[in-house]
Design a protein around this ligand. Structure first.
Ligand SMILES: NC(=O)c1ccc[n+]([C@@H]2O[C@H](COP(=O)([O-])OP(=O)(O)OC[C@H]3O[C@@H](n4cnc5c(N)ncnc54)[C@H](OP(=O)(O)O)[C@@H]3O)[C@@H](O)[C@H]2O)c1
Length: 263
């Protein structure tokens, strides 16, 4: 399905991004792997088992948005073109809004929202010139509804939906697809890395994440959705029901979410 396609994955050093990289490698794709930790990206590169010239490790920090055009030029020099950008890198939150410093609110928005927007904008001229391309965004079910302990994270993910829904409409005439994938609970390091109110990571696997879907299973489902071109996809367990309860029974949803086990 993805033989020889050039696919750029952010957040590729761990969890969902790592599982996506390995799954795309099995399909014979060419990969650009990005995140901050170069050593972890090299580990994922080896795990992909592709010829070394088919995988580029390209470290980047989503906080450093001004560097995105330079990163995009470098990636384009290596492979000549890019078929798919998968915006997956991000950071979660485990703190009540009342206990969360504004610096933490800002950092989550900078990484999850503005970093993603900056990298996408750096590649848009390339996709438009080719009249071809696909941008995938790994949002979250909390991009569809807010839950306790996720105020800024939910806000950042909701912002992604606003931006990328608008972009999808703008790019329709250029044959560029925008696809948003919303994971539920997936068993990754996400809760360990999630920021608490003072900006320190939680460093704990929470119960909901630990009983979540294995990332390999998530990757399999995500790849099918990417292949089909589905504009918006929800992948996870029964927590997906929240999307429909909020849409059709908002009063019930408001009562339900107060008691939700989100940690
Ligand atoms: N797991 C879940 O239950 C779940 C649910 C909904 C949505 N998601 C979303 O799925 C995506 C992947 O998360 P995950 O579950 O795989 O968690 P993870 O294991 O913590 O992976 C997060 C990835 O993002 C990268 N990252 C974090 N901050 C970054 C920064 N400033 N610049 C560049 N890269 C950065 C990390 O790499 P470095 O540390 O090396 O930079 C890592 O590769 C995230 O967008 C998350 O919001 C996950």
């Amino acid at each position: 399905m993805f033989q020889d396609q050039v696919i750029w994955i952010t957040g590729a050093s761990s969890g969902i991004g790592e599982a996506l990289a390995i799954a795309f490698a099995k399909q014979g794709a060419k990969l650009i792997l990005s995140a901050r930790r170069k050593n972890e990206l090299e580990r994922v590169k080896s795990a992909c088992g592709l010829p070394t010239d088919q995988v580029l490790v390209l470290p980047l920090d989503l906080l450093e948005q001004a560097k995105m055009p330079e990163k995009a030029s470098f990636a384009l020099q290596q492979f000549g073109h890019i078929d798919i950008l998968i915006n997956n890198g991000g950071i979660s939150q485990r703190s009540l809004a009342v206990n969360t410093s504004l610096d933490v609110d800002r950092r989550i928005l900078e990484v999850d929202y503005l970093g993603t927007v900056a990298l996408t904008k750096a590649l848009l001229p390339h996709f438009i010139a080719r009249q071809k391309g696909k941008v995938v965004v790994i949002s979250s079910l909390v991009g569809k509804f807010g839950t306790p302990y996720r105020s800024s994270y939910s806000a950042a993910k909701h912002a992604l939906h606003g931006f990328f829904d608008s972009l999808r409409a703008e790019l329709d005439e250029h044959s560029i697809d925008i696809q948003i994938i919303c994971p539920g609970f997936i068993h990754t390091e996400v809760s360990k890395n999630a920021l608490t109110g003072d900006g320190t990571p939680l460093q704990k696997m929470d119960k909901a994440t630990s009983s979540g879907m294995p990332p390999e299973r998530f990757a399999k489902k995500a790849i099918q959705a990417i292949y089909r071109g589905t504009p918006e996809t929800y992948i996870g367990g029964k927590e997906r029901i929240g999307v429909y309860v909020k849409r059709f029974f908002p009063a019930i949803f408001r009562r339900m979410i107060v008691r939700a086990k989100v940690r």
